[in-house]
Design a protein around this ligand. Structure first.
Ligand code: AMP
Length: 362
């Protein structure tokens, strides 16, 4: 049974509002969630998988550590109770969704989180992302209906958050078969993936991933940062002169290995705000209470100076790690030091002051 807002409100009602603990799992973009909670004066709890606790301990991320064998163990009733007893507010991020699992988050994990637990599924399913983009009038790459219809440069993708693993570029049905074989030999894809391939036009442009925060308290979308991704091996490959690239015969791959901060031409910001505002607006109607908290639109900016969006994160995206101590954009709104993680804690603080904690949690 899906966890209802009412059930969460019952939990929040029993919370000691003076002793809220900000909590997440130690992975992905947790470091600035914890630092931000510290800066806003909250107690912190890090849930760490054995063997992966080092960064969180070395950066003194939390007062309390819960060690688990695997992250999905947070679902155990004992751990859930421990979290509720410390008045925990969970900040969800990419690893939280990937490791705890959508079904568990929706049905079993009865600990309040800041964000909309029911919209997380939407980022993971391409048809739902398309629905959101269409409703929000956001340009997306043209979809090609099957390998035999490939008549231009295409990007071929596969479901699930694989960090770009297995993606390839091709411009013909024969090229599709050839690259599919290469990826299967590499062990990155299986025969079954063939039918799951999502094929879309290759958008030649520059990557801009925009990090927004939607506050239900102020009903405003804030644009807090932008990043682009470092991807292996494509970002390395392009350093080889064209002649040597051909000789080397290497296949480009798109595995995200890191991020770097970026600012867009100022004249592009209208478009960036427009996309964020419209997406938040349609999401509120389609999946109430909408894109509460952090969300990200991943785009290519073309030489027509138009953003084409190819993905969203309906929670804190990993690219927020580029502004652990603030970005040029967050500086404009908040001055120094406002990370996305800190913005979450600020929201909790604002909600507490307005006696509206229930409004930001699901
Ligand atoms: P994603 O997993 O969707 O974030 O994509 C991983 C990477 O693949 C992106 O950061 C881009 O470099 C590339 N990419 C994805 N979609 C497209 C597209 N339609 N056209 C060109 N490159 C793309």
């Amino acid at each position: 049974m899906v966890i209802s807002k009412d059930e969460i409100n019952q939990v929040v009602k029993k919370y000691d509002k003076n002793k809220i603990t900000i909590c997440t799992i130690g992975s992905h973009s947790a470091l600035h969630v914890f630092r931000g909670a510290y800066d806003e004066g909250f107690r912190r709890c890090a849930i760490c998988a054995k063997g992966r606790e080092v960064p969180y301990q070395r950066y003194k991320s939390a007062e309390e550590f819960i060690m688990v064998d695997k992250f999905s163990d947070v679902n155990d009733e004992k751990i859930q109770q421990q979290l509720r007893d410390m008045n925990a507010v969970i900040v969800p991020h990419g690893s939280f969704v990937a490791y705890v699992g959508l079904d568990r988050i929706e049905n079993d994990f009865l600990v309040p989180m800041i964000g909309n637990r029911n919209i997380l599924r939407w980022e993971a399913e391409r048809d739902r992302v398309t629905k959101l983009f269409e409703a929000a009038n956001i340009r997306k790459p043209m979809k090609i209906n099957g390998p035999d219809k490939i008549d231009r440069a295409c990007m071929v993708k596969f479901p699930g958050a694989r960090g770009g693993r297995g993606y390839f570029v091709t411009d013909s049905p024969a090229g599709f078969d050839e690259k599919m074989k290469l990826m299967i030999n590499k062990g990155w894809l299986t025969e079954e993936d063939r039918a799951k391939a999502h094929i879309e036009e290759y958008v030649a442009g520059d990557i801009y991933c925009m990090h927004y925060f939607y506050s239900p308290l102020t009903k405003t979308v804030e644009l807090l940062g932008m990043d682009r991704r470092h991807e292996a091996n494509i970002d390395g490959l392009v350093r080889i002169p064209a002649k040597d690239q051909i000789e080397a015969g290497l296949q480009p791959t798109y595995v995200v290995t890191g991020n770097f901060p970026i600012v867009a031409r100022e004249s592009l910001l209208d478009q960036a705000f427009g996309m964020g505002d419209r997406l938040a607006e349609v999401a509120e109607k389609m999946v109430p209470p909408g894109l509460l908290g952090a969300f990200c639109i991943q785009t290519m900016c073309t030489d027509n100076l138009e953003f084409v969006a190819f993905e969203i994160s309906a929670r804190q995206d990993g690219g927020t790690n580029t502004f652990m101590n603030g970005s040029p954009y967050s500086y404009l709104l908040y001055g120094d030091g406002m990370s996305m993680g800190r913005r979450y804690s600020r929201e909790v603080k604002n909600a507490l002051a307005a006696d509206r904690l229930e409004d930001i949690l699901t």
